[in-house]
Design a protein around this ligand. Structure first.
Ligand SMILES: [Zn+2]
Length: 437
């Protein structure tokens, strides 16, 4: 989105319940937006020549931020483009996203990041690039992290692949400490997971498929926590999936180390049994694990060990996903299902209260990645997600704005969804149920 302030009329959100964990606010109030910023919060606000939106019965939350998105552009525009991916994000309730660097070419230089920043200008939500940790995202030496940060990289990751070379990760974490921007790794010991296409467990044995053991994730995380202890560099671990990982992160936090992590909806909801039921729609990395792991994700969310929610939105075409299981690509889309899944299964099932849920999608993400947003106080950027906590709906991938429909949640019944998305005071998505005058 463009950085020029909105020249639209002021916008007045009337009668909503403002829930802002950063200021511990939870009250029924109006919110007035002017010049892209929060101008006032209070009772019975009014102003001449404003656009009124009646948000009675809705939650007015600081904009949700998905820190783990694959937009596929440049290089794989047949799966997703910046336009379709950001429209999908807006429809799902996200005011900002961060993009993973497994594009072609991968952004592994300052020029590569600058090119992305330019491409993202004009998108309908804020888009922040994550740069690679290593050259070519392939371990070819450490990428110029400092220069990339200067060009706009908010974090560094070789997502899809680990940083296998220990000394490279040590150097990266040292630089991350200096720059104040985290290393956000995909954690996997490839030697242990080579050839694996699903979680190693009872189901993989039954299906005769090569599994990816939990140790493949946990051993790399243990190594990286040791490196954080040595360097002090901030580590934000992507898409954790095993019970052992939750224990490792809990321990690191107890030591006071700068270690944070995210979890994806499918890892707190689904097990490897979905592979038998849904085939390639349940193929991703890290894979769906066992029930004990799902329970550990819920416990980790509830006790704060898991800091953030994210989607790992990974579009692939129907043709690609219709390949035989071993050949089909890993990953599922998530931008248009994630908020509904978290409201349905975390909020309504009592895992997280509303403040905590909004924190995991907004405040905590902004804090860890050093982004604007994540709070709704006078003077803040007017990025807002409007939630209807009780709307009943079910997932129909034919209606996704994403170019791809690879989801294991088609037909899933939901309670609650994002019904409006406002970026810098502009409504970029509005559900039919949201009226205006
Ligand atoms: Zn990813």
């Amino acid at each position: 989105m463009s950085n020029t302030p909105s020249t639209h009329r002021p916008l007045l959100l009337k009668g909503g319940r403002i829930v802002d964990p950063a200021s511990n606010r939870d009250e029924r109030a109006d919110l007035l937006i002017h010049d892209g910023k929060v101008a006032a919060l209070g009772q019975d606000l009014g102003a001449p020549d404003v656009e009124h939106v009646d948000v009675t019965g809705l939650i007015v939350a600081p904009g949700f931020i998905d820190a783990h998105v694959h937009l596929r552009e440049p290089g794989f525009e047949h799966k997703e483009t910046i336009q379709t991916g950001t429209e999908s994000a807006a429809a799902g309730g996200f005011t900002a996203i961060a993009t993973m660097p497994n594009t072609e070419p991968p952004p592994d230089t300052a020029d590569g990041i600058a090119d992305l920043v330019e491409r993202y200008d004009g998108a309908c939500v804020r888009v922040y690039p994550i740069g690679t940790v290593t050259g070519g995202r392939a371990g070819n030496g450490l990428a110029p992290l400092k220069e990339m940060a200067g060009a706009g990289a908010i974090a560094f990751s070789d997502d899809g692949d680990p940083v296998e070379e220990e000394d490279m990760m040590r150097q990266a974490l040292r630089l991350a400490a200096e720059l104040g921007r985290p290393i956000a790794p995909h954690e996997e010991v490839k030697r242990l997971t080579a050839g694996g296409c699903m979680h190693e467990g009872i189901v993989s044995k039954r299906l005769g498929l090569k599994g990816m053991p939990s140790a493949g994730e946990e051993q790399m995380i243990a190594r990286d926590i040791d490196l954080v202890r040595e360097t002090g560099g901030p580590l934000h671990i992507l898409h954790i999936s095993t019970a052992g990982t939750v224990d490792l992160v809990r321990g690191a936090k107890a030591e006071g180390l700068p270690v944070t992590c995210e979890v994806l909806p499918h890892h707190f909801l689904l097990t490897d049994e979905q592979v038998e039921k849904q085939g390639t729609a349940a193929k991703m990395s890290p894979p769906l694990r066992a029930q004990v792991d799902v329970e550990a994700m819920l416990a980790g969310l509830a006790d704060g060990t898991i800091d953030t929610l994210a989607t790992d939105h990974a579009p692939h075409t129907a043709e690609e996903k219709s390949l035989p299981f071993l050949e089909a690509p890993m990953g599922i889309v998530g931008l248009e299902t994630a908020v509904g899944l978290s409201l349905t299964h975390l909020f309504h099932e009592g895992v997280l209260d509303l403040q905590a849920l909004i924190d995991r999608w907004s405040c905590a993400v902004a804090r860890i990645l050093g982004l604007a947003g994540g709070r709704l106080q006078v003077g803040d950027e007017a990025d807002v997600t409007l939630l209807d906590l009780d709307q009943a709906w079910s997932v129909d991938s034919r209606h996704f704005l994403s170019k791809s429909t690879n989801t294991p949640f088609d037909g899933h019944g939901m309670r609650g969804r994002a019904v409006g998305t406002i970026v810098a005071g502009r409504i970029v998505h509005r559900a039919l149920s949201l009226s205006a005058e």
